[in-house]
Design a protein around this ligand. Structure first.
Ligand SMILES: [Fe+2]
Ligand SMILES: [Fe+2]
Length: 170
């Protein structure tokens, strides 16, 4: 994107870049949280859920690519040091210290809800002002909504399975 093209955007570009850098840091933390959690996970439906969590991880990394490309187009500087991820991220990184599947899924669910909030904020901020960023944020937002839905479905299935097992034992 040319300098003039950035200058004529009727938006506070430094503020937008700050939001995008938060999103970038959050994507990397989400990627790692999925990636490490999937490998440690134990409990019911593990073999079905593990590959799905790894797919979510890959999708988070793809989001990071979209976001970093946009920061560069806007002539901003993306977060350069991993130690700065925590400074920019407003989403929590939950270390999977308890590998039980429901705990891991709950941690990832909180991450997704935080990401949904972030991309809604970016989409709202750029609406009618920066079409390209708005479109990107909306595309990512839809995937985060799908991720949230996937996790809620697995948690429901596990709960249901536990209830059925209880009935058999009674
Ligand atoms: Fe993401
Ligand atoms: Fe996600």
């Amino acid at each position: 994107m040319g300098k003039q093209a950035v200058d004529i955007l009727s938006i506070d570009v430094p503020r937008l870049i700050k939001l995008l850098n938060s999103a970038l840091a959050e994507e990397w933390l989400a990627y790692y949280q999925y990636w490490i959690g999937a490998r440690l996970m134990e409990g019911p439906m593990r073999s079905e859920i593990e590959p799905e969590l790894l797919l979510h991880a890959t999708q988070e990394l793809n989001h990071a690519v979209l976001v970093v490309d946009r920061i560069i187009q806007l002539r901003g500087i993306p977060v350069l040091h991993p130690q700065d991820w925590f400074k920019h991220s407003h989403c929590k990184y939950d270390a999977p210290e308890d590998p039980y599947v429901e705990v891991i899924l709950e941690q990832n669910l909180q991450g997704e809800r935080c990401a949904i909030h972030r991309y809604k904020e970016i989409a709202d901020y750029t609406s009618g002002k920066d079409h390209t960023t708005h479109q990107m944020a909306t595309t990512i937002l839809n995937e985060e909504l799908e991720h949230e839905n996937d996790i809620e479905d697995w948690l429901t299935d596990i709960k249901r399975m536990k209830q059925e097992l209880k009935k058999i034992r009674m």
